[in-house]
Write a new protein. Structure first.
Length: 601
């Protein structure tokens, strides 16, 4: 195939603006699926957590044939916690489809991915999606995109962007709103006409920057990147240049290339193809593969640093292994973390001085919680500590990560929301009132974000829409008060009893119902006061021979509060942790014995 017939395009957008659904439509109309094949929705979101959360977490490649053109499509994450994935992928394409919701317009993370694409000088096609949504304003969304481009200092060529209107769900694209929507043909045409082909080179020497990692059960670790120059054949010797500058000769054993959704082996790759290679040992993101005779090193990829750290610990609780966990030891946990760090450049791991405890650093609470959930589903059982913000010393001054957040909330709740964010050292950057809604933008320390999402939803009765992106490092802004309430701690082991829980309801909010296993040191609720309170939830009612209708208490329990993994991580304090098992998330004190806990305090 001729390089001029290749188009490498990334699909980037804010969470839930329909980019993965649009890819489904492109694949379907390009004939990737055979006639009568039963297709799941959001086929590119092959990872089960992606389907459950409704977001894209891992970048994935596919290819579609349109006329004589081969279009390589890369579906990228929209959430800022997975920015490491976005940045690497954008370096391997020449253009991008920027998907914007016709109702919402560009949002906080649209800004994040658009900024990265503009900095790389990519040719952008704006796709105003969901034009079939009632009450949408496609032209208004387009105007907001232009304002965003101006704000991000786009050059004149980038400001003169191609735009198109589409409905991913209905499977059509149109040039003007007056046109009749039939197929996605206009979008295919826009891609082949406005996205440039990969730059060609006269040199036959191969040159490839490793921008991503993949893993195959049969081939092991795979190096993924775009061949920027020359040709590459199976069994060819190449130079592998590492981060420290050392060069090693290696042999390319297999070359994999997407054919539709599946990866297939090819004997030779040409300039512009995004390929996966096996046979490259001990490589990392940013390494360069080049000619065996004339080694070269391309500029390394920069990825935003981790901002959150959490301790992963062996589960030493009395119920360890009871829920079916298979991998419980520190060796099991460390090997799993090492394997994850090989494929996720934004994740960093380290051993600590404490036996059975490891430090995991990531781009945010969501980033690390996805790893926790993957390990749980792989039959691992362990405990994790409270998220901690990573500080840096710059020019002799201690700096902390700061995030820019955007909050949309109804008028009547804006006062409480502003008060809460200000209490967490947030500095207001923008406030706009329109149609009964208030849009707030703040710069806030990353440590102030821990638990903020849950708190804002509570203050606004679930109406607050919250987004965040990483801004940079700034001087530490002072102390931020922790959770104002204490914990309700179980005193005894056994099964919780409805009568005991009923009598304790006025003490706070309970996290467990009747008939649940508890043990000393386990958190069973949130105390209504600032201090911790030890309670007995296994004590039943004392029975007597004297019974009378009306004198016995009728037990009617208020439904207990069920916490998600993210809510558990946001709730715990420094001396508490979350026990991760196959069936439950349990909150507990790190030190279970009350006397030892007092001595430690």
């Amino acid at each position: 195939m001729d390089t001029s017939l290749i188009r490498n395009v990334a699909i980037i957008a804010h969470v839930d603006h329909g980019k993965t659904t649009l890819v489904d439509g492109l694949l379907r109309q390009a004939g990737v699926f055979r006639v009568g094949q039963d297709i799941e929705e959001r086929v590119m979101d092959s990872f089960d957590q992606e389907r459950e959360r409704g977001i894209t977490i891992f970048s994935k490649n596919c290819s579609v044939q349109y006329k004589e053109y081969l279009i390589n499509v890369v579906d990228t994450p929209g959430h800022a916690d997975f920015g490491g994935q976005v940045e690497r992928v954008l370096g391997s394409v020449e253009g991008a489809l920027l998907i914007v919701d016709a109702f919402e317009g560009p949002m906080a993370q649209t800004r994040f991915v658009t900024m990265k694409a503009l900095q790389l000088g990519l040719q952008i096609i704006v796709v105003v999606n969901k034009i079939d949504r009632p009450g949408c304003d496609p032209h208004g969304a387009l105007d907001k995109v232009f304002d965003l481009f101006v704000d991000l200092k786009a050059d004149p060529k980038q400001l003169d962007f191609r735009y198109i209107f589409a409905s991913g769900r209905e499977g059509y694209a149109i040039d003007q709103l007056e046109d009749e929507g039939r197929t996605l043909g206009p979008l295919f045409e826009a891609i082949v006409k406005h996205i440039p082909s990969p730059p060609e080179s006269d040199s036959p020497d191969p040159l490839l920057l490793i921008t991503s990692l993949d893993y195959s059960e049969y081939l092991g670790r795979l190096a993924v990147g775009k061949l920027r120059r020359g040709k590459l054949k199976v069994n060819q010797m190449v130079s592998h240049t590492r981060e420290d500058g050392t060069v090693q000769k290696v042999r390319v054993q297999k070359i994999l290339y997407p054919k539709g959704l599946a990866m297939g082996e090819i004997p030779e790759a040409i300039t512009g193809q995004i390929i996966s290679l096996s046979g490259i040992q001990n490589f990392t993101i940013g390494d360069t593969l080049s000619s065996a005779e004339k080694p070269e090193a391309l500029p390394r990829i920069h990825v935003d640093p981790p901002t959150i750290a959490m301790r992963f610990m062996v589960n030493d609780g009395p119920l360890c292994g009871r829920d079916g966990g298979k991998f419980l030891t520190s060796n099991h946990i460390w090997e799993r973390l090492e394997r994850e760090a090989l494929s996720d450049v934004a994740l960093r791991i380290a051993r600590t001085d404490e036996a059975g405890t490891f430090l995991v650093q990531g781009r945010g609470v969501l980033h690390i919680s996805v790893l926790i959930e993957r390990m749980r589903r792989d039959l691992f059982e362990f405990s994790v500590g409270r998220p901690q913000v990573i500080t840096q010393e710059i020019d002799g001054q201690m700096m902390e990560p700061v995030e820019s957040i955007s909050v949309n909330v109804p008028d009547e709740y804006s006062g409480a929301v502003i008060e809460e964010i200000s209490r967490r050292k947030g500095e207001m950057a923008h406030m706009q009132q329109e149609g009964g809604q208030v849009e707030l933008r703040y710069d806030i320390p990353a440590r102030g974000l821990i638990g903020l999402r849950t708190r804002l939803l509570s203050l606004s009765r679930g109406y607050a829409v919250f987004q965040q992106i990483f801004k940079g490092y700034e001087p530490i802004r002072g102390e931020i008060a922790e959770r104002p309430t204490g914990s309700l701690i179980s005193k005894e082991s056994g099964l919780s009893v409805a009568y005991a829980l009923w009598k304790l309801e006025d003490r706070g909010v309970l996290f467990i119902g009747p008939g649940e296993d508890v043990y000393p040191g386990m958190l069973v609720g949130e105390h209504s006061r600032p201090d911790d309170l030890t309670i007995n939830v296994v004590r039943g009612k004392q029975l007597t021979n004297m019974r009378a209708s009306g004198s016995d208490d009728n037990v009617t329990l208020t439904p207990h509060k069920k916490l998600s993994l993210e809510e558990c991580l946001e709730f715990i304090r420094g001396d508490e942790c979350v026990e991760i098992t196959l069936k439950k998330y349990r909150l507990r004190k790190v030190i279970l014995d009350p006397n030892a806990r007092k001595r430690s305090a």
